[in-house]
Write a protein that binds this ligand. Structure first.
Ligand code: ATP
Ligand code: MG
Length: 463
């Protein structure tokens, strides 16, 4: 076994020590070990053992079962870690997760079911109870010497930054089609190249992605969009045609010419736009991916009329299929719907206020971020088309004490009901909207007596 220096935190060593002292195997496995070997900070330290879940609950006071796949959360040294019993997967149906799992006794079997060689390594030991003891305080004596277990050549693949399926890639992707989506996601988030045989298998089997649940797909898509350069994974999705399965409309962007960056097609513009959104703006990144989804369907004579409205509709459908949480989906649809906004420096302040009302206060910052990225994706400076000026003027209005939405009006529905003897209903709503329009145009009228007077006259006109 190659000697590698792994330094897990004390709480992890205490968990392993307690397992070893009880005569069980204990290993750090999967993504956490991979991340350490890549020189990245692991998000968590996943561990695997031959001890069955019932046994773990005995060994670790306060341990709780997490799921039916044998994962138990244990508390040790002030931290909570996940411990999973070795298993081998069985009976894959519908190209999805295994329907039945079987616990195993050997780490090698557990590693063989994992997806990629870099994810199929373990670091730890098969202890026998005679060797290790653990004190009340959790200190481990006579620890066994942990080794790296690497039956599939993961360490070498890490060194050459290669993503390679464990075993026969086609068979592995038939077992679980999500692995193909994980492949393009991991290539992007970890900056890896996909090994040729693995890539060819994805091309061959991409159609199976259609069988996956929206939830599993969108979890991977979210992680992909969280990569420094999502374009790496998005382009892999396109060349393997996972993209066409996920969204035929996005796949249809390939080959559509556009006069922005010479040599680029519409899909190039999309991925450039996604990359240009800051990594800490996931909702805007999703909107960037989808902002021009309506173009292929609306293309006519080199124009894409109405592609924002059509795109908003397609976005809603796709995010519905992906089971994106409603609040997120609504924000993304709104951004796609409004991404074509224009600005003219001749606008008066009332025009700026009407723009704010149309977009909604909460969406402004995201829409500007999307436009900046869209500009960059078109080979232009981020604030092209006077967008910098619009942003400044919007900020001015937001900071000024002016009317921008109903909540800013000096009267509300209840006032009108009491003062004008109105009943709740459409007339009331219409009057409030009209008052808002007027106060946006002229903030000076926003006081109670003036608004009540105006409302009264609207009411008379109405009758
Ligand atoms: P992340 O860094 O996003 O957590 P990860 O690879 O650790 O990536 P997890 O979902 O945490 O992803 O999975 C933990 C481990 O379980 C993986 O490293 C891999 O060994 C294994 N695994 C996860 N999903 C699959 C799958 N679909 N098929 C086979 N093995 C899988
Ligand atoms: Mg993980």
């Amino acid at each position: 076994m190659p000697a590698v220096e792994i330094r897990p935190p004390d709480s992890v060593l205490m968990v392993l020590g307690r397992l070893w002292a009880a005569g069980h195997a204990g290993y750090v496995v999967g993504g956490s070990l991979r991340d350490v070997l890549l020189g990245r900070e692991p998000a968590d330290w996943d561990m695997a053992t031959d001890a069955r879940p019932e046994r773990l609950v005995e060994l670790f006071p306060g341990a709780v079962y997490e799921n039916r796949f044998g994962t138990v959360a244990v508390r040790e040294g002030g931290a909570v870690h996940e411990l999973t019993t070795f298993r081998s997967d069985h009976e894959y149906a519908d190209f999805r997760r295994p329907h039945r799992i079987e616990f195993g006794d050997r780490i090698e079997l557990d590693l063989a079911r994992r997806d990629f060689t870099i994810n199929a390594m373990a670091w730890g030991a098969d202890a026998d109870g005679a060797d290790a003891t653990v004190s009340e305080a959790g200190a481990v004596d006579r620890m066994p010497e942990p080794v790296l277990v690497d039956p599939h050549g993961g360490l070498l693949d890490i060194q050459t930054r290669t993503l390679r399926a464990v075993g026969d890639p086609r068979a592995r992707f038939e077992e679980d089609a999500l692995r193909m989506v994980r492949a393009v996601r991991l290539a992007a988030t970890l900056d890896l190249s996909v090994e040729t045989g693995t890539l060819a298998a994805i091309r061959a089997k991409a159609g199976l992605v259609a069988h996956l649940s929206g939830e599993r797909l969108s979890a991977e898509l979210d992680k992909l969009l969280g990569a420094e350069w999502p374009s790496v994974g998005l382009r892999l999705m396109a060349v393997t045609d996972i993209l066409g399965v996920l969204s035929p409309e996005l796949a249809a962007q390939r080959g559509i010419p556009q006069n922005k960056i010479p040599g680029d097609d519409l899909w190039d513009h999309t991925v450039r736009t996604v990359d240009a959104v800051p990594v800490d703006r996931p909702v805007v990144r999703l909107a960037a991916l989808l902002h021009d989804i309506g173009k292929p369907a609306t293309m006519s004579d080199g124009h894409f009329r109405n592609h924002d409205a059509v795109g908003a509709e397609l976005t809603a459908q796709l995010l519905g299929r992906l089971r994106t949480p409603r609040a997120v989906a609504e924000r993304v649809v709104h951004l796609v719907r409004h991404h074509m906004f224009t600005y003219d420096p001749s606008w008066g302040d009332a025009g700026v206020r009407r723009f704010i009302r149309r977009i909604g206060r909460d969406a402004l910052e995201s829409l500007f971020t999307l436009r900046a990225a869209d500009n960059i994706g078109s080979g232009q400076p981020p604030d092209a088309h006077d967008i910098g000026e619009l942003r400044r003027r919007v900020r001015e209005q937001l900071e000024a004490d002016v009317v921008l939405d109903r909540a800013d009006l000096a009267v509300d529905g209840d006032d009108l009901i009491t003062e004008l003897d109105l009943a709740p209903g459409p007339t009331l709503g219409r009057i409030l909207d009209e008052l808002l329009e007027r106060a946006i145009a002229d903030p000076a009228i926003n006081d109670r007596p003036t608004l009540l007077l105006l409302a009264q006259s609207m009411l008379t006109e109405d009758r």
